[in-house]
Design a protein around this ligand. Structure first.
Ligand code: PMT
Length: 404
């Protein structure tokens, strides 16, 4: 929760107390906000130290620091933003809305807003003429377009004695809205979700293998999104370099054959299956037990087709089980994905372009084209963080709940 320099800031102590009854609240106070409400009261209300500065624990690099070494162990804005389910700026001053609209990042709260991949809400509070100023109106429009949600302001008596639009929305209303969105985080409670992730590794010999560029990020984001909604998650993962989401049951595999075995077993218990892994289509038919020696100028490996796990799941599918497959293409995404969907009519086929930077493999962001059994036309999910896209994919799955 960000508290900025608006006179309504005095209301935030009670608000923080109320939110803390069902949420873990971390308050970040701007310099202007600190002139309105004592940091100590907010710390007492939330039970946590209040974030005040971007440079906490930061020491300038010493002259003898070796190049390439990293002087920071804790980066406050990243830690705050990464661990939040919701960023709520209440109250949000005209100045802070302008900062957000322009994408400034000169203090802790504005940099958190730049990083935040979770929803960002603002509850503005200011004089009516300030609220009506074309610059503020323009900033509001910009932020709304970017997906920032506005709570209020309301019309009524303002702190300055005037009457008009600009009043801080009732704290009880904010508490209600936050409570509702937090309850929706539990909308998958009781559901068992199986996610596959990462690129399988097919051995050539004990030191070499065939694999692909999958980092596991897309699959892990889906697992995290399902956990956020209260689901029980099993994550079957080929080797990756990222940490598994806390709370997921991690099943580590290496080869496509191992992934197949574990996936078919876990699928019996799953309500939703999300196949984000990049499974090798071929394995080396006879991997060598010993390291292959560099003798001849060329070397031929005979490859054997791997079973298609998704196709097998489609045949064995339990009633009511939702099955989502991915489709990675380097070209003609829509055409190729549509063909694949016809061949494997899963509930959701989530297509993405691979082979170019900034999307698909390895990137934190992606762009998806989702073919859904519950939609007449494919849904295009514009380039965004994989975490946000994962949540949108779950929304699309929810559309099918109860439709059989
Ligand atoms: O891991 P990241 O770096 O975040 O990258 C994400 C991703 C690009 C790997 C991911 O978004 C993705 O597209 N995963 C599927 C990759 C893939 O194998 O696509 P495909 O079109 O070859 O396969 C189609 C579907 O069949 C996939 O759901 C795949 O898991 C499944 N499959 C494929 C082969 C096989 N033998 N068995 C399978 O079940």
């Amino acid at each position: 929760m960000g508290v900025t320099g608006s006179v309504a800031a005095y209301k935030t102590v009670a608000l923080v107390k109320d939110l803390s009854r069902f949420a873990e609240v971390r308050v970040v106070l701007t310099d202007a906000g600190a002139r309105m409400v004592p940091e100590k009261l907010l710390a007492q209300a939330s039970g946590h130290a209040v974030g005040r500065t971007l440079f906490k624990g930061f020491k300038p690099i010493a002259a003898d620091t070796p190049s390439g070494s990293h002087p920071l162990s804790f980066v406050p804005h990243i830690e705050y933003a990464r661990s939040s389910d919701l960023v709520l700026i209440a109250p949000a001053s005209a100045d802070f809305l302008a900062k957000m609209a322009f994408g400034l990042g000169d203090d802790l709260l504005s940099t958190i807003c730049l990083y935040a991949t979770c929803p960002v809400w603002v509850a503005p509070a200011m004089n009516q003429h300030m609220w009506a100023h074309p610059a503020v109106a323009q900033n509001q429009k910009t932020l709304r377009r970017r997906g920032v949600r506005f709570l209020g302001p309301e019309s009524g008596h303002l702190a300055c004695g005037e009457v008009g639009e600009g009043r801080f929305v009732e704290p009880a209303e904010i508490v209600g809205q936050v409570r509702e969105v937090f309850a929706s985080f539990q909308s998958w409670k009781g559901r068992r979700v199986l996610v596959t992730a990462g690129g399988t590794q097919e051995p050539i010999d004990p030191v070499r293998m065939i694999t692909n560029h999958s980092s596991g990020k897309m699959g892990y984001a889906l697992a995290q999104a399902a956990l956020n909604r209260g689901a029980r998650v099993t994550l079957i993962s080929a080797p990756v370099r990222i940490a598994a989401p806390q709370g997921a049951k991690l099943v580590a595999v290496r080869t496509a054959a191992q992934m197949r075995g574990q996936t078919l077993k876990a699928a019996q218990e799953a309500d939703v299956i999300l196949m984000a892994a990049a499974v090798a289509d071929y394995r080396v038919a006879e991997p060598s037990a010993l390291k292959i020696k560099k003798k001849s100028e060329s070397l031929t490996l005979r490859l054997q087709k791997n079973p298609d796990i998704l196709a097998e799941l489609l045949v064995r599918r339990k009633k009511g089980q939702v099955l989502a497959g991915f489709c990675a293409e380097t070209d003609h995404l829509e055409k190729n994905a549509s063909l694949k969907w016809r061949k494997k009519p899963v509930d959701l086929l989530i297509a993405n372009q691979v082979g170019r930077p900034g999307t698909g493999f390895e990137s934190d962001r992606n762009e998806l084209l989702v073919f859904s059994r519950w939609r007449a036309k494919p849904v295009r999910l514009a380039r965004d963080f994989k975490s946000r896209l994962a949540s949108r994919v779950l929304d699309l799955i929810e559309e099918g709940w109860g439709t059989g």
